[in-house]
Write a protein of this length. Structure first.
Length: 446
């Protein structure tokens, strides 16, 4: 049975453009009519199979002997059917890191990441997040309005990562702008170049002057990563810690401010943040479609032929909302696939959840009377096949001041997070500003 339907078939669906971004759940419902897997386009001319069933997703994620993560198996890229300048290639191309390797090589590269992450003390990480959050809230609290995406959720991971990775501020701005461009698929090739060159600079800096940070710990790990492997290990960590992290924070805030199940508790003085995170990770995971695999040989699954070398994209969002799941109980239920599963399960899920929870708690503690400035259904989502990302999250609230924050904490933040100083570094390419670029410019005071 062919995996490619004729034109006009209900399952013939693109995962790019505003229609998909506005209502991906409707697209997933149509795709399920074809079964647990269905053909899609990730970008013009880039065909793939989307895995929408929960059990099918687990089968792919837990069967590395049948499904490889190595994009060098991707037939359409290898033979030129997919051009190298396609907007999705930077997210799917081979890189010598734990995300795109199998077997022993994967274990070696992943070990360097997991061991380095294990050296980050949760209490230290919490302190970074609390101080970062306080600094950002101080800036917009007196104004009575804010874009919680551009002025908070996007900037906070940058502040935290600057410290975790020992990253100079200017490098951090360019790194996150490059990663955002790759996820958006806008000038993706250029964004990938920005990301790579900036990471090369960071690696060179840390080879010269190591410190008590993730970048230096990766360098000194017994896996003996080369400079190229270092760059691409950092791509994995930046990819997991910036775009998905900001989406988890923003999507959780959106839910808390718009869903009566949570908003009612907020007005009563309770902060059901952990419940909101569980709900978002089930229904609106920050990375909706990814975990790309390639059949090592032709496979027939549930009557559908999955051809060797054709990309299988796991829809973490569709699998989580599969009607075949027997329970819709999500509070406290961590069986979702937002962190993937199998040998490539996200190694940073605990730090990621801690960052999001502290960011949301800190904001709601400081400004409990937040209200959306537009109806929730009018909020816009950024197009792209891989992420579930708001374009903005405008809110209003009674103006407050930094007086509500302990003086010692404000002084610590001022010392720990000073205003960025100019750096002798090359500027980012001159192109229209993305949402991230606008928030970075705001943070720099431009």
């Amino acid at each position: 049975m062919s995996a490619v339907p004729p034109p006009g078939c209900p399952a013939h669906q693109s995962l790019y453009g505003p229609e998909f971004a506005a209502d991906p759940a409707a697209v997933y419902r149509r795709l399920r009519e074809a079964g647990p897997t269905a053909p899609v386009e990730l970008a013009p001319g880039v065909r793939a199979t989307l895995v929408t069933g929960y059990e099918a997703a687990l089968h792919v994620l837990r069967s590395p002997e049948t499904f490889s993560k190595d994009p060098r198996h991707w037939t359409d890229l290898a033979d030129g059917t997919v051009p190298t300048d396609s907007p999705v290639v930077p997210m799917m191309m081979y890189r010598p890191n734990a995300l795109f390797t199998d077997g022993e090589e994967h274990r070696r590269l992943r070990g360097a990441i997991t061991d380095s992450l294990a050296r980050v003390e949760p209490s230290t990480l919490r302190g970074y997040v609390e101080r970062s959050a306080g600094t950002l809230i101080d800036r917009f609290a007196p104004l009575g309005t804010a874009d919680l995406l551009g002025e908070y959720a996007q900037v906070l991971p940058l502040l935290v990562f600057n410290h975790l990775f020992g990253c100079p501020v200017g490098h951090g701005v360019r790194l996150v702008e490059g990663m955002s461009g790759i996820f958006d698929g806008v000038d993706a090739e250029e964004a990938n170049e920005l990301l790579t060159t900036t990471l090369l600079d960071l690696v060179a800096l840390k080879r010269w002057r190591p410190g008590p940070d993730m970048t230096s710990w990766l360098m000194e790990h017994p896996a003996a990563l080369t400079d190229e492997e270092m760059i691409h290990a950092l791509v994995v960590l930046m990819g997991a810690g910036t775009e998905p992290q900001q989406n988890l924070i923003a999507n959780s805030l959106r839910l808390l401010l718009s869903d009566d199940r949570f908003a009612g508790d907020l007005s009563g003085g309770t902060l059901p943040v952990e419940d909101a995170l569980d709900e978002v990770l089930w229904t609106d995971p920050p990375i909706a479609n990814y975990a790309v695999h390639y059949p090592r040989h032709d496979v027939v699954y549930e009557g559908t032929l999955l051809r060797a070398g054709d990309p299988l994209v796991v829809s973490l969002a569709a699998a989580n909302t599969d009607p075949a799941l027997t329970s819709d109980q999500r509070t406290g239920n961590r069986a979702h696939l937002a962190w993937s599963a199998g040998p490539h399960t996200c190694p940073a899920r605990s730090p990621a959840r801690l960052i999001a929870a502290v960011a949301v708690e800190k904001l709601l503690d400081r400004i409990p009377d937040l209200e959306l400035m537009v109806p929730v259904e009018k909020l816009e989502w950024r197009p792209g096949p891989f992420h579930r990302a708001l374009a903005a999250l405008p809110v209003s609230f009674p103006p407050a001041s930094a007086a509500g924050r302990p003086e010692g904490e404000r002084q610590a933040s001022a010392a720990t997070f000073p205003a960025p100083a100019p750096e002798p570094a090359a500027p980012a390419p001159d192109r229209p500003r993305s949402g991230w670029a606008r928030s970075a410019a705001w943070w720099r005071g431009e």
